[in-house]
Ligand binder design. Structure first.
Ligand SMILES: *Cc1c(COP(=O)(O)O)cnc(C)c1O
Length: 463
């Protein structure tokens, strides 16, 4: 449509094709339980509360921006996964989504295991008392130091990712007088239904050894020959933010196919398979994630059927949800600094954080929702873009969302479902001080990761 058709100037529909599908929600004040953590609601005055504490008091006490993590919700999700998979399967929480000592203690108490993918994550896990045999070490390029530390600590498994690493882990284990339990990470040629940059199971990528072309089978051959290794299984992780189990179905079939090949060639039935993580959560009310029990039922059925067809005993199954446990349990609280209306375009709402506390929107176009939480409003919906304070025009937190038209500096707004990959990917860009993580439970708020200070920044700057 030509611009001249609109003598009054461009309209949203012309300049914002991506916002076409957006209709304002029926009520801007509703905090939709599909995207907010379990204990979030509004009090009689209209202020949002979490764990019984209102966000205005939380902002006064802990400042903004800050992440508020709903501990009851976190623990409930751990239990739901644990119970759904039962005692003949293991649930490994993917620590990279968000890790702190408090989180490690909750996981330990709730009976989950833990995936780490660096020396730093490993030391956090060990420092908080997670038993080493419940820890798995991941990564496509673990350093000799990281491997040594993991072997010496006695981690339950190392997931090896290359031919060189098979030899490296075997050598380090042998030197330590140990036999390290390992799984081999394979790629099964499945592309999960998600954004291209966060899909990981197609073969042209850095993780894993492809089943196709026999690389994975060759890795098994090599691992079985080395004294320092006890090869216990095969690992596959097909992607992120996945909403249906069809990708896992293909993955399980192909992994079991490899187990059958291994039995035929070596006379060995490997006792474990891990189908990875990647289960989706609701970032906006349009997302419709599966419940843990539905996922467990589907995955078990697939594995049992494929094993029966191949004449194999059913191996011990494990899964590795990260986002699906911690993602929905936290929100980020921001203070509005400026509201800039660009007539005919849109309204830019600037907050006191941005890409330094949530890089996901800039990194892979992640979608989020947002709400005014310090009060309710009856003003009309205003199509808004929530942006940060960084020197980067791509510094967007929420690309398109409706906020009330009377939004003003000093209002508090919150972005739900920021528990995963926000604090863990936070940066000091523009020397931003990374926000605290505050755990809220039963009317009590407790800092579990404190806000950075300027002294923290200067401590690293040796002048
Ligand atoms: C990232 C990752 C996970 C967790 O992914 P989520 O999307 O957070 O569930 C699990 N396993 C492996 C190997 C991973 O790399």
């Amino acid at each position: 449509m030509s611009r001249s058709a609109h003598p009054a100037g461009p309209r949203y529909a012309d300049v914002l094709p991506e916002a076409h599908h957006l209709a304002p929600p029926a009520d801007l004040n509703t905090l939709d339980p599909r995207v907010w953590s379990r204990t979030v609601s509004r009090d009689a005055a209209g202020t949002a509360t979490v764990g019984g504490l209102d966000v205005k008091h939380l902002a006064e006490e802990f400042g903004t921006p800050a992440y508020f993590l709903d501990e009851d919700d976190f623990r409930a999700r751990c239990r739901a996964w644990r119970e759904a998979f039962g005692t003949d399967a293991d649930v490994f929480y993917a620590g990279k989504a968000f890790l702190s000592r408090a989180v490690v203690r909750w996981l330990t108490e709730e009976g989950l295991n833990l995936d780490v993918c660096s020396g730093g994550e490993l030391s956090t896990a060990l420092a908080a008392g997670m038993p080493a045999e419940r820890i798995a070490l991941h990564g496509n390029n673990k350093s000799a130091r990281e491997i040594t530390r993991a072997v010496e600590a006695g981690v339950g498994r190392i997931v090896v990712d290359s031919f060189q690493e098979i030899v490296r882990v075997a050598h380090i284990a042998q030197k330590a007088g140990k036999r390290q339990r390992v799984q081999i990470r394979v790629t099964v040629g499945v592309e999960a239904h998600t954004h291209e940059f966060i899909a990981t199971a197609h073969e042209d990528q850095k993780f894993g050894l492809p089943l196709a072309g026999g690389l994975a089978a060759e890795a098994v051959r090599r691992a079985l020959k080395l004294d320092g290794l006890e090869l216990v299984g095969i690992h596959s992780h097909i992607g992120s933010q996945i909403f249906d189990t069809s990708g896992f179905e293909v993955a399980a079939r192909r992994v079991v196919g490899l187990l059958a090949e291994v039995r035929d060639e070596h006379g060995v039935e490997l006792p474990e398979i891990d189908l990875g993580g990647g289960l989706g959560i609701a970032y906006t009310p349009e997302d419709d994630p599966r419940e843990p029990h539905e996922i467990a039922t589907a995955l078990r059925a697939i594995v049992e059927r494929e094993c029966a067809a191949a004449g194999l005993a059913v191996p011990r199954l494990s899964v590795e949800p990260g986002r699906a446990i911690v993602g929905p349990t936290a929100f980020t609280l921001y203070e509005v600094g400026t509201v800039k209306e660009l007539p005919g375009l849109r309204t830019y709402v600037s907050v006191d954080g941005g890409m330094s506390d949530n890089i996901r929107t800039a990194l892979y176009d992640a979608e989020y929702s947002v709400a005014l939480v310090s009060r309710t409003s009856t003003a009309a919906p205003m199509l808004s873009r929530v942006v940060g304070k960084h020197c980067e025009s791509g510094d967007i937190v929420v690309r398109d969302a409706f906020l009330p038209a009377d939004l003003a500096p000093g209002d508090l707004i919150a972005v739900p479902a920021t528990g995963a990959y926000c604090r863990s990917m936070a940066s000091n860009y523009n020397h931003a001080l990374r926000p605290p993580v505050v755990a809220v439970k039963d009317g009590t708020a407790r800092v579990i990761v404190r806000r950075e200070t300027e002294e923290d920044l200067l401590r690293l700057d040796v002048g």
